[in-house]
Structures are given as C-alpha cells and as structure tokens.
Design a protein around this ligand. Structure first.
Ligand SMILES: Cc1cc2nc3c(=O)[nH]c(=O)nc-3n(C[C@H](O)[C@H](O)[C@H](O)COP(=O)(O)OP(=O)(O)OC[C@H]3O[C@@H](n4cnc5c(N)ncnc54)[C@H](O)[C@@H]3O)c2cc1C
Length: 324
C-alpha cells in the first residue's frame, strides 16, 4: 500500500471541494471495499477524505416515501422498523449481503459505489479494462463463471456485486447527490452504467459529487421477496439474485417491480416481465413464461451458460415465494 494523506470532512461542501482539488483523492466511508482495493494495489488515492462525521445517518419516512442517509450502516437500515415493515424487500436484500460484521461497517452510499468482484479486476497481473483501460478483458476468454449475461461489451463482462442495489432498482429509488455546484437527484436506473467502451466508469456520478441519501417512493406493493443464489450461504456474492415486489389482490397481480443481480454491470430491471405479469392471475404457468421472457436476449460465455437455467429457476422461485 502506498502512502496517502488523510483528512476529515466537516461538511458535504468541503468534502466535494477537497475531492475536486485533488483528482487522485477518494471519499472513504466504512472502508470495507476501498481499503481492500488499496491493499491490493488496484487503486492508489493520494488522499482519503473521511466523510464519517457528516450528518448523513438519518432514516426518515414521509407520505412521499423513505429517505436513508448515505452513512447509515447496512445493518442499521436492515433492522430499522420502518424498513422492515414498509420496505421488506430492501431489508431482505440488505441482510443477504456480506456478513453481519461487514454490514455493521458498510454504509448505504459505499454499497452503491462498491466495485465489481471480477477476479481479473482484482488480479493486478492480468489485463483488465476496468482497472487499466485499454489493456483488454481477461474474462471474455477466461474463467467467466460469475460474469454478465446482459448488457456486457467486448471491453468488460463484469457484474455489479451489490444485493441492496437490486432492491433499490426494483423500488424505483433515487440517489441524492451534492457537489460544488449544488444538489441533484439521479434515478436509480440511470445511476450505474453499462460497460460499453468505458468500463472504468461504474456510475454517472461526477468527480466531487457525494451521495447524501437514497430515497424510495411510497408504493402499494403488499408482497415482496429477495432471492439470492450463491456458492455459500454467507459471505458470498450472488451468482444470480432476484428482487420481486408485487401488489396482489384476490390472486391477481395488480402491479409488479422485478430486478435481477449478478447478471449485468448494473442492477438489471425486468420491465418486460413486469408488464407481462401485470393484470394476470398468479399461476405456475405465468411465472414459467415470465422467466423465459426474462432470459430473452441473454448472451453467455464459456463458463456461465448455467446462468440461463439458474436465472429462470430463480425468477420462478422468487415470484412464487413473493406471491404466496
Ligand atoms: C468479504 C466481503 C463480502 C461481501 N459480500 C457482499 C455481498 O454478498 N453483497 C453485497 O451487496 N456486498 C458485499 N460486500 C460489499 C460491501 O457491501 C461493500 O464493501 C460495502 O457496502 C461498501 O461500503 P463502505 O461504506 O465500506 O464503502 P467504502 O469502502 O468506504 O467505499 C467504497 C467506495 O464508495 C465511495 N463512497 C463511499 N461513500 C460514498 C458517498 N457517500 N458518496 C460517494 N462515494 C462514496 C468510496 O469513495 C469508495 O470508492 C462484501 C464485502 C466484503 C469485503
């Protein structure tokens, strides 16, 4: 690990200013991702701007929806009574992530900004366009078992690793950010990027912009389920995951919000599937057809072909569990 400066920010404005002043600086929150990346030589910030003293730890509910401060630990958000009762999908997704110890340190803002777990991104002896633009993607011809089946490019086939973000994508969250030029709100669907020719960019956040909170609108969903399929029951990233929220009355789906994790460079929202199941009665056949629609257009690589079958099964199970 290289030497770096360490400063504590006392306001969002000063944090953003410090970040812009030194382009090689980075914000640090829980440090559970950033410190690992620094230790492994994947990133080498000249200065760390510690944002932990900022007043971004509130969870509040208004008639318009829920707001969660960027510095709320993942475990606190998951255990919050309002989150558990009114946004159970989010609580389930948070609890599926990492381990209890990590969830105590990991913040909501840091979770959104965490980087891919592609093994080639972590292996500094191998080419990786995300780590070193222009060097190539080792995963395309390599061991790509964990990799994307949607939205990838020849430049990068990594997936976004977050569980929480899959629920936030399904629930139409908005990311609140502040920078030196003011504040703005970014719809969750527009926050993370597909790799295209710039896989080094994970998000549309501008340099110096700080995530201050995440807002989730009020909703009418009365059923929810987050299904995560992984190699181990704890401490493992999703092979595929499915977040489902449904509004069901008398066995009829009145509206649906569905997203997948582990399949793309960003949480993958299944708009066509949502439209397909809306207004239809719950049945095994409906969910089977929905799963086939979800996998239309998937592109696999040598080692991740199993994700088609697994993805379909996961969608059927998540829809079945959510609606029962
Ligand atoms: C062994 C292990 C297993 C894990 N398993 C899972 C899992 O199964 N599912 C899952 O979802 N996650 C998993 N994680 C990832 C974990 O959830 C993230 O490391 C964590 O959420 C990052 O939050 P943090 O506060 O520690 O971020 P940090 O490490 O402090 O920061 C991460 C990045 O976010 C930026 N950042 C932080 N806060 C802000 C902000 N407010 N505004 C702008 N940028 C910001 C930092 O500059 C940095 O680039 C795992 C991590 C580990 C180490």
């Amino acid at each position: 690990m290289i030497n770096f400066e360490y400063v504590k920010a006392n306001s969002a404005q000063s944090a953003s200013e410090a970040r812009i002043k030194n382009g090689a600086s980075q914000f640090i929150a829980g440090g559970t991702n950033l410190v690992d990346l620094m230790k492994k030589g994947i990133t080498a910030p000249e200065r760390l701007i510690d944002i932990n003293a900022l007043p971004l730890k509130e969870i509040s509910l208004t008639p318009k929806g829920l707001s969660i401060g960027a510095l709320v630990p993942n475990s606190v958000a998951a255990d919050h009574e309002t989150v558990k009762t009114k946004y159970p999908l989010l609580a389930m997704a948070l609890n599926a992530g990492a381990s209890a110890q990590l969830r105590n340190m990991a913040t909501v803002g840091g979770n959104i900004m965490q980087r891919t777990r592609c093994s080639y991104f972590y292996d500094t002896t191998m080419p990786c366009n995300k780590r070193n633009p222009g060097t190539g993607c080792s995963a395309v011809e390599g061991y790509n078992r964990m990799h994307a089946i949607f939205g990838a490019s020849e430049q990068c086939i990594a997936v976004h690793p977050s569980d929480m973000c899959v629920a936030l994508a399904a629930l139409n969250a908005t990311v609140q950010v502040s920078g030196t030029k003011g504040t703005r709100k970014i719809p969750f669907a527009d926050f993370h990027r597909l790799p295209a020719d710039t896989p080094q960019l994970d998000t549309n956040l501008q340099v110096g912009e700080l995530i201050t909170a995440v807002s989730i609108p009020a909703h009418s969903f009365n059923k929810a389920y987050y299904l995560k399929v992984r190699d181990r029951l704890s401490y493992a990233f999703a092979l595929v995951s499915v977040a489902v929220a449904l509004d069901v009355k008398d066995g009829m789906i009145r509206s649906a919000a569905i997203a997948m994790g582990g399949v793309a460079h960003k949480p993958w929202r299944l708009y066509e599937v949502e439209e397909f199941v809306t207004g239809k009665p719950i049945s095994k056949e409906l969910f089977t057809e929905a799963a086939s629609i979800a996998m239309t257009g998937a592109k696999t690589y040598t080692h991740n072909q199993y994700k088609i079958k697994l993805g379909k099964a996961a969608i059927i199970e998540a829809l079945t569990k959510a609606s029962s």
